[in-house]
Design a protein around this ligand. Structure first.
Ligand SMILES: *Cc1c(COP(=O)(O)O)cnc(C)c1O
Length: 374
């Protein structure tokens, strides 16, 4: 490398409009360059406590156990499954895209007895299907679902499913990796027992931490396990002691990442959750209207489209891979390709966190029109 990383990246001037990471606010990046303090320094403990309190506001919860796990969103997913499930436990996983599949993979690896409910890609999970699955199999300990399915762009309604899950006495697990900060994630009002997210989607920080919150009922389950959590690193029984009053050393906290998350949360709450949701809704709507006006089809079912993540299908005459490469090289804009059945056929455009700006949509649409000769 002849040039330093900073000079190289700055000269490329990338705009990140893919499914994550998103472009972050300069103040968030600056926070990462803060000189280090020790991970047990009283000032750092204050930053952690502050971060917890801001995470509770963003998750809309009073849950005592609310913290940021060291690792990306998938570490949050794994944390919830390995702590709540013991070998042989029955868990019902809802699958309508890549991230539902990933939950299943992790649940199987934790030794659980995994049942599934599925919906076609592009569609949400139907409450009746969850009800039927719970009715036909007794003793399901937990039901897990993805709130914002990043592989398809579907916004999964949760209210009715939560009611059904609790009618059957199960714990309700929700993946909020792409939803938190972009659309409302009302942990307490919806009775969500375990919820996890990631920093690089709508929270507007670099990848590296996974916010997690557990209801008192879910925490009870973790505290009263018969077997030890199979992952030492992700064991909440120990990690809660570091984030809680005891401040018991478990592993060295990623200090710079926590500084950046703290700044990202501060900015989000300064804007106001309500305003941030409105911004995501308006820019998503603008993008989706413009894409349709260009004659392109949106993949997610109408009425269930996320404002922060849009899957758009290209007619056969276009080579989406070539267009995506040209978009990056000539315009400096990154978008995501399709996954699974959408591979080679679609783009996934993210307007996540700080990337969700009106002018970013205008730039993208103009670039697409130029490239496609529209
Ligand atoms: C991105 C994503 C994940 C995984 O997060 P990583 O940070 O990539 O580990 C999990 N679930 C959903 C819905 C996601 O969008």
């Amino acid at each position: 490398m002849e040039r330093g990383i900073l000079v190289h990246v700055q000269s490329q001037n990338r705009l990140l409009l893919g499914p994550g990471p998103s472009s972050v606010h300069p103040e968030v990046l600056k926070a990462m360059a803060t000189p280090l303090v020790g991970h047990l320094d009283p000032y750092f403990l204050e930053v952690m406590a502050d971060t917890q309190s801001m995470l509770r506001q963003v998750f809309q919860t009073e849950n005592e156990l609310t913290l940021a796990m060291s690792g990306t969103g998938s570490a949050g997913m794994e944390t919830v499954f390995v702590n709540l499930l013991e070998p042989g436990d029955k868990v019902l996983i809802c699958i309508c895209g890549v991230f539902g599949e990933r939950m299943k993979d992790i649940a199987v690896r934790s030794g659980a007895n995994v049942l599934t409910v599925e919906a076609a890609w592009g569609q949400p999970i139907e409450p009746e299907d969850v009800q039927a699955a719970l009715k036909s199999s007794s003793g399901v300990k937990a039901v897990a679902i993805v709130h914002a399915e990043t592989s398809t762009g579907v916004w999964q309604p949760l209210e009715e499913i939560s009611r059904i899950v609790h009618d059957y006495g199960a714990l309700f697990i929700v993946d909020a990796v792409t939803s938190l900060g972009g659309i409302p994630v009302e942990v307490d009002r919806l009775g969500i027992d375990a919820c996890y997210s990631g920093t690089q989607k709508c929270l507007g920080a670099p990848p590296g931490l996974a916010p997690v919150t557990l209801s008192p009922r879910a925490l009870d389950v973790v505290r009263n396990r018969k077997t030890k959590v199979q992952s030492w690193y992700l064991d909440l029984n120990m990690i809660a002691n570091y984030w809680g009053e005891d401040r018991f050393y478990h592993h060295t906290a990623p200090i710079s990442m926590l500084f950046s998350l703290h700044e990202a949360l501060r900015l989000l709450l300064e804007e106001g959750l309500h305003q941030a949701f409105k911004r995501h809704a308006q820019n998503g709507d603008y993008l989706q209207r413009e894409l349709q006006a260009m004659g392109l089809q949106l993949f997610a079912a109408e009425g269930f489209r996320l404002p922060q993540l849009t899957s758009v299908i290209f007619p056969d005459k276009y080579d989406e891979g070539k267009l995506r490469k040209q978009l990056l090289e000539d315009y400096g804009i990154e978008v995501g390709g399709g996954l699974g059945a959408l591979k080679g056929k679609a783009w996934r455009v993210g307007l996540l966190g700080h990337s969700s700006q009106h002018r970013n949509v205008t730039l993208l649409i103009q670039a697409m029109k130029q490239m496609m000769g529209i």
